[in-house]
Design a protein around this ligand. Structure first.
Ligand code: DGJ
Length: 732
């Protein structure tokens, strides 16, 4: 998978699908040559145009001619101060105040498998033959900074995983100002960029625009990957569609502040950078110490955006998520939040549970409000003991009765937070993130615990472990409802204050590692006021995530369509809720709410305190249908067919079983029109040679005609917010 050509001085990382090529220029600089479709061999190493531009593009010291400059050459981990004026991948301030770094190739090593970065989430392999890893060491002979760049190529995936480790080999401290995970210099600028801007309840909006000359930055400075952006950058050719064309995706396995930058330079070359946001970041490295960056996943496809997302779906399902839930079908849960909010007790919840059970629900999820003195969002975060008013006998009787009904039990926690009105705050007011004497800003009446501190982590772990040892909880919804302000730590020295945000994320990962190891049977759902920390870092520990607090099916069609570019449906929690919808006030049909929820990880957020014969009949039928097709919906291949981002009135997608014997097609009418244009959908992912029985079609249809000619959505979905599902089965 990795070839080193000593004569040419090139590295070629390859499998059946992709090639990634680098070279060492004049035994010194690590330069980028190619990333894309598999090529047999790379023979053009010395063809980079040799032009004398040295007036404004300086030549490195002691270089044989003026045609080489770091200002223009394609690089792998560019620095700053020695001739490259583009955006750097790293920046260091040395003890003498200088900020010039000049990295030279020192050595390399190729190892089987994929070593695990300590303390950080990452993709992983089960056996060493699934991947190979190249570690290239670069060193600055003057400053003694060393950088180890690691590149893993997966045997069967069009994916490379990259990370960097910066080590201080000198004898004086140095300060990292920027330490990104990767840089890729593409030789041209003919790209469009895909990104997902958003906000609370409007996460991951689809945005595609041409790359312009100069720098463009997508980022989060919120202390979390955020609802506002995704730690991802997608590049496609202008002609790329869902079904064809080249697509590159770079995704950071990290949950905190990030930056994703592109720079189209004066010669129309494109640099892409991804990593921890340098804004507000600084890291002191004492002699001998190292700093490990998060991993960047880099996927490529020439089968359009569906090809790219299917590669990511498989990687994340099989090689990012861990634990026993990874390949297990996920339970259907009913969450009480929109039904009761904070107003519940054991009796009410038992009523809710019985109704849920009758519908076919498999897990009762008790949301916010069961602990401390929590009756609203103004108190008790940090006090993880049972609310005596609501549960005078504790939670155990409720859990036992839910279990006795044959359902599992899930519970809400928000362990990273603290309310001013809490016992924990009374005892430890200095455990919050804070910046000296600056007054503390509030977000939802709460502050953030400083997870970089060991005593804070121990307290969270101890409270949760004690609780979980006494209560047989099967599922945890882990919430996080505000972004960081006054980012600083009571205990850090002035030189280390800028490490706080990253230390927080490392602390969070340490807590999750400990809890998931101690309680491997618990299935975790990642939530952050909806999808505010829906990222590959969290997915490493938590096998599923709440997509958005917006449960309106029409909004969800958009949000889930975008989310599916990166994440498989099985990790996207989606619930059927009441109409008019609590966030949007919109009424959508029950079948559409069901189809949208089934397109993710299906659950209910219905008001089950009241029964409604018609609604309950429809929901029971949905659940029965979902159970029948759950394997296909949770583990099938997902295809986006018609984008709601391009068609304001219509969307369609489908699921195909791995053996292509079965499929489910779903179409959604968003806004209907009188005398509407005809709607026809071309299917995808079927066996072109096979014949399928399609639900309502009078006669069997060929896989080829279904894919190349398509079918009419007939009769058309003629009302707003309706949907239809077709089941396809291969005929013998
Ligand atoms: C925000 C979550 O996204 C909601 O689903 C709910 O759990 C509330 N927090 C509870 O406070």
């Amino acid at each position: 998978m990795i070839t080193w050509n000593a004569q040419q001085q090139t590295f070629h990382l390859h499998n059946q699908q992709i090639s990634y090529v680098m070279g060492i220029e004049h035994q010194r600089y690590l330069v980028h040559c190619y990333w894309g479709k598999r090529i047999a061999t790379f023979n053009q190493y010395h063809d980079y145009p040799k032009l004398d531009r040295s007036s404004f593009s300086p030549t490195p010291a002691n270089w044989p001619d003026r045609t080489f400059s770091l200002d223009t050459v394609l690089q792998e981990y560019p620095g700053h101060g020695a001739g490259d004026y583009r955006e750097p991948a790293f920046e260091v301030r040395y003890a003498d105040g200088n900020q010039v770094s000049n990295l030279h190739y020192l050595s390399h090593q190729i190892v089987a498998g994929k070593p695990r970065p300590e303390g950080l989430p990452a993709t992983w392999v089960e056996t060493p033959d699934e991947a190979e890893t190249l570690v290239i060491t670069l060193a600055d002979p003057v400053t003694h900074l060393q950088v180890e760049l690691s590149y893993t190529v997966f045997r069967d995936r069009p994916v490379i995983a990259r990370a960097a480790r910066l080590v201080n080999k000198g004898d004086k401290p140095l300060r990292l100002l920027r330490a990104l995970s990767c840089a890729v210099d593409f030789p041209d600028g003919e790209f469009e960029q895909i990104q997902f801007p958003g906000a609370w309840a409007r996460e991951r909006q689809w945005h595609r625009q041409p790359l312009n000359p100069g720098i463009s930055v997508l980022d989060s400075k919120r202390g979390a990957s955020s609802t506002h952006q995704q730690p991802f950058i997608g590049l496609v050719r202008p002609e790329t569609t869902e079904m064809q064309g080249e697509a590159w995706g770079m995704h950071l396995v990290y949950s905190g502040n990030f930056t994703a930058r592109t720079e189209v330079d004066a010669f129309k070359q494109t640099r892409v950078l991804l990593g921890i946001n340098p804004h507000g970041f600084g890291w002191q490295l004492l002699p001998g110490e190292g700093f490990q960056t998060p991993e960047a996943v880099m996927a490529w496809s020439d089968c359009g955006l569906n090809g790219l997302s299917q590669a990511l779906h498989r990687l994340y399902r099989d090689n990012l998520v861990r634990g026993q839930h990874r390949h297990q079908t996920r339970p259907i849960l009913a969450n009480n939040w929109e039904s009761t909010y904070f107003d519940f007790n054991e009796e009410k919840l038992l009523h809710f549970a019985r109704n849920a059970k009758q519908l076919g629900v498999e897990l009762l999820m008790l949301d916010d409000g069961w602990f401390g003195e929590r009756n609203g969002d103004t108190s008790s975060l940090g006090d993880w003991f049972v609310n005596q008013q609501k549960f005078p006998l504790g939670l155990r009787p409720l859990i036992d009765q839910v279990h006795a009904m044959g359902m599992k039990f899930g519970l809400w926690f928000e362990p990273e937070m603290i309310s001013r009105r809490s016992e924990l705050f009374a005892l430890h007011p200095d455990w919050v993130l804070s910046a000296g004497e600056q007054p503390l800003s509030e977000g939802r009446n709460q502050y953030i615990l400083d997870l970089g501190r060991p005593e804070v982590r121990s307290n969270i772990l101890e409270q949760m472990s004690t609780f979980l040892e006494q209560h047989p909880v099967d599922y945890i919804k882990w919430d996080m409802n505000r972004n960081m302000t006054e980012v600083g730590s009571h205990t850090a020295s002035p030189e280390r204050q800028q490490e706080t945000a990253h230390r927080y994320i490392l602390g969070l990962y340490a807590i999750l590692e400990a809890l998931t190891t101690r309680f491997p049977h618990i299935l975790f759902e990642c939530c952050a006021g909806g999808g505010g920390r829906f990222d590959p870092g969290m997915l490493h520990y938590m096998a599923q995530a709440w997509v958005s607090d917006n449960t309106d099916a029409a909004s969800r069609v958009h949000i889930q369509y975008s989310t599916s570019l990166l994440y498989p449906p099985i990790v996207q929690c989606a619930h059927v809720s009441e109409v008019p919808n609590h966030q949007m006030g919109r009424s959508t049909s029950m079948e559409m709410r069901g189809a949208v929820a089934m397109s993710g990880n299906y659950g209910l957020m219905l008001d089950l305190m009241r029964s409604d014969t018609e609604r309950d009949k429809a929901v029971s039928e949905q659940i029965a249908f979902y159970k029948q097709h759950r394997e296909l919906l949770q583990f099938g291949t997902f295809w986006r067919l018609v984008s709601p981002w391009q068609n304001p009135d219509f969307a369609a997608w489908m699921f195909v079983s791995p053996d292509k014997n079965e499929a489910l097609l779903m179409a959604f009418s968003l806004v209907s029109e009188a005398s509407a244009p005809l709607r026809k959908v071309r299917l995808a992912g079927l066996d072109a040679q096979a014949t399928y029985q399609v639900d309502d079609q009078p006669q069997p249809l060929g896989g080829d005609e279904l894919m190349y000619r398509g079918i009419y959505i007939d009769p058309p979905l003629s009302r707003d917010y309706t949907s239809r599902i077709w089941h396809l089965k291969r005929l013998p």
